[in-house]
Design a protein around this ligand. Sequence first.
Ligand SMILES: [Zn+2]
Length: 217
Amino acid sequence: MMRTQVGWFTTQAVMFCVVLGVSLAPGGRVLAAAAPQHSRRVVVVDPGHGGKDPGTTGVTGDQEKNITLAVGREVAAYLARHDIETRLTRSTDRFVSLEARAALANRLHADLLVSIHANSNPDHSIHGFTVFVAPSASARTQALARAEMKALIAAGFPSRGIHRRPYRVLVDSQGPATLIELGFMSNPAENARLCNAAVQKRYARAIGEGIVAGLKR
Ligand SMILES: [Zn+2]
């Protein structure tokens, strides 16, 4: 309710200023100060790897960093459309340290950091997505992980469940953090799906839906 009102007043103020041709700054500042700092949920979307770090390589030579970026950008776009303040740790093919990824979420007091990855295994028959949380994951983090898993299952992706791992980006995050391994680039069929733009969008939409549902709880 509060959010809608602030949005309405902001819209009115913008329209008013446009009509009069005056500076937005005074009205904008007052409205910003009146709005609660955390009226909107904040989610940091973290496309794994990037730049000099390609991540794993698929059976046909595709690089993990490109898949995580494509899916990550789609997740961010989905969340932004659903009134969630969204930040990407990288929006281009560049290297970002693991420390910097978690630090961004901590600085923003993010409601969730979701890290996107794709997996590999010597056994090429292994496939499916996995959601990871830190060994000391809070109940809130576990609930968000379950919501992501549920949405991915509903979208038809095979699940390998939720597992606890001390991944740096998870352990360093002070707020809720999950890491999703979308699937295995070592599995020829799954690799083909992971590299397909339409399937990447399906992954992203499911993850977005899961996050939106999880944050509402
Ligand atoms: Zn990875």
